[in-house]
Structure formats: C-alpha cells, structure tokens
Design a protein around this ligand. Structure first.
Ligand code: FE
Length: 166
C-alpha cells in the first residue's frame, strides 16, 4: 500500500513539473527575444535547408519572383518554416506586385514580433516569428485596407497548409 502511494505521488509530481514549464513558455516577452523555441545554431543548421537557414536565421532575402508563394492563391494557412506556427492566412494575402508573398495582417498580433532594422542604409521594420525568432521579412505602411499594412514575407520562411489539410 505504501509503495502504491509513492507511485501516485511520483506521477502527480511529474505532471506538476510539466504544467509549470508550459506556463513559463506561454508568458510573453517584451522585447525581440522569442517566446518558445530556443535552439543552438548547430541545431538550426541541421534542421533547415541551406536556403531556409540563410533567410530564417541569417535574415537573408530571397530574390523577388523566385519564391514558391508570391503568386500562390490556394486557400489555407501559411505556417512558419522554422517551427510550424500558423502565421498568415490566405484570406489576408494580396498581390503587391513586389514578387514576395504579401499580407495585410498576420493571423494574430501574438504570432509575430517586430523590430527596427537599419541594415543596408534603410530604416525598416523587421518581422519575426514570435515562437522561434525566425526572420520572416519586413512590414511597410503602404498596404491595402483594412490595416494599411504590407507584410512582405519570404516564401522560404513559410509552409502553406492548404485548407482542409493540417
Ligand atoms: Fe517560427
């Protein structure tokens, strides 16, 4: 009987640890420190293709009109190519004519985070996946209604899950 009690306590104890970890991961950071996934550079290099690594982890940019999604019209959800988090809906996608997939809003404000980017002599607002910190692209204030925003995103940073598939 005593050993049964000990087993029970051990199981409850493990569940408690799991719950605490989940709570800690759910708390939102104030700055551009991503929320969930912390991986070493070596781990990212192993998981991602060379192109994905360059864009997501080195803030690279794919050449205009060369990506998989700039002209994509299939209904669905565009997920982060780094971590699988849903980021943009096809419903918010529009043809910007820039050669990069463009959206007027993310699926939620929590899905992405932004930071001022002054590289290449420009002042731009970088967009990153909040969960894994992966670089997605930039957001500009010349988008269509209803937001007036244009999220200019690299196809390489995205994986489209067509509607009805997950
Ligand atoms: Fe991500």
């Amino acid at each position: 009987m005593r050993s049964l009690t000990l087993v029970f306590l051990a199981v409850v104890g493990m569940a408690g640890c799991g719950g605490e970890r989940d709570l800690a991961m759910a708390s939102k950071g104030e700055h551009a420190m991503n929320d969930g996934i912390q991986k070493s550079d070596a781990e990212w290099r192993e998981e991602l293709t060379a192109e994905e690594y360059h864009v997501l982890r080195e803030k690279g940019t794919e050449r205009a009109f060369t990506g998989a999604y700039h002209d994509e019209k299939t209904p669905g959800v565009y997920k982060c190519a780094g971590c699988g988090e849903p980021l943009f809906s096809s419903e918010a996608k529009f043809d910007s004519g820039t050669g990069w997939p463009s959206y007027y809003q993310p699926v939620s404000d929590e899905a992405v985070m932004t930071e001022t980017d002054t590289s290449y002599g420009m002042r731009r607002t970088e967009v990153m996946c909040r969960k894994c910190g992966g670089h997605l692209g930039h957001v500009f204030e010349d988008g269509p209604k209803p937001t007036g925003l244009r999220y200019c995103i690299n196809s390489v940073s995205l994986d489209l899950a067509p509607k009805g598939e997950s």
